[in-house]
Ligand binder design. Structure first.
Ligand code: NDP
Length: 285
């Protein structure tokens, strides 16, 4: 029988716990604060940013949104980031990606102080994660790991297959699972015989951005299936990379889309912001 990994429910529970922690911090005179910077008017980015602001409000974290026009220059954005880096009342800075073409995304990520990099994308934080040091873990992989741990799903010695190798999802989730003693295989668009590999997975993480690309034929019986994909259908509704209806017949645990990994991603952003406010990722530059 399949168990649903309901990210929405778990994220509500975690937010309640975080609200208590934030209230305690406020009593001590510390209000965690997140600055979100949005450049341009990409509808998906706008909707993600709204979700992040709403989640901050629920937990009592204060946040502000800096909205910039599509034709903002890289220099202008860098100078805004510098202001936020130097503002002691700001604990976390998030620049919503993707950025317009005139900006070098890596240069922007490098400009955010590693101590305020709540997305966990700065090379210093990526390096710390790689070597197993305490740091900001990128929110989506962090959310996935938290979901697996919430159901006591054992990872040690398990074969985890990751489809996708992006810097924000595929690569870091593989590293985290490796640190939990899973045996990790990465796959991507040039992988040959994908199905043969995925059928060996005890834990299958799908982060491709291809609606319903993975069905029951790719899944070993009783595998744990995590669907990271967010794809918009013609009717405007969201759907995952996994064909949920067929996959659920084989999987022991499976995440739905929506209400799976998405809400957990936002929740982990809150967790990282609280960590930043507590100064737990202090990094000298
Ligand atoms: P990217 O586009 O950066 O990466 C997609 C990866 O999938 C690439 O590594 C690509 O391989 C691989 N891929 C594409 N097609 C195939 C194929 N046919 N077979 C095997 N591998 C393939 O996407 P992201 O990692 O940023 O995001 C992946 C999905 O997750 C998207 O739908 C995105 O919207 C969603 N997402 C959801 C989040 C959430 O909170 N739920 C957060 C972040 C992303 P190659 O490297 O060779 O090109």
């Amino acid at each position: 029988m399949t168990t649903l990994l309901n990210g929405k429910e778990l994220s509500e529970e975690l937010k309640q716990k975080m609200k208590i922690e934030v209230d305690e911090l406020k009593e001590k005179g510390l209000t965690p604060h997140l600055t979100v910077i949005l450049v341009g008017d990409n509808p998906a980015s706008k909707s993600y940013v709204r979700g992040k602001e709403k989640a901050c409000a629920v937990t009592g974290i204060s946040s502000n949104l800096i909205e910039l026009p599509d034709d903002t220059t890289e220099e202008e954005l860098l100078s805004i980031i510098e202001e936020q880096n130097n503002d002691d009342s700001v604990h976390g800075i998030l620049v919503q990606l993707p950025l317009p073409d005139q900006m070098d995304e890596q240069k922007i990520i490098h400009a955010i102080s590693p101590a305020k990099d709540v997305d966990g994308f700065h090379p210093i934080n990526v390096g710390k994660m790689m070597t197993g040091e305490d740091t900001f873990i990128p929110c989506t992989p962090y959310g996935i790991l938290t979901m697996l741990q919430s159901k006591d799903i054992s990872l040690e010695g398990k074969h985890a297959v990751i489809i996708g190798r992006s810097n924000i999802v595929g690569k870091p989730i593989g590293l985290l699972l490796l640190q939990e003693n899973a045996t990790v295989t990465y796959t991507h668009s040039r992988t040959k015989n994908l199905q043969e590999i995925t059928k060996q997975a005890d834990i299958l993480i799908v982060a491709m951005g291809r609606a319903h690309a993975i069905n029951a034929d790719y899944i070993k019986k009783d595998a744990v299936v995590i669907d990271v994909g967010i794809n918009r259908k013609d009717d405007g509704k969201l759907t995952g990379d996994v064909d949920f209806e067929s996959a659920k017949e084989k999987a022991s645990f499976i995440t739905p889309v929506p209400r799976g990994v998405g809400p957990m991603t936002i929740t982990m952003l809150l967790k990282n912001t609280i960590k930043a406010a507590k100064g737990l990722n202090h990094v000298e530059r």
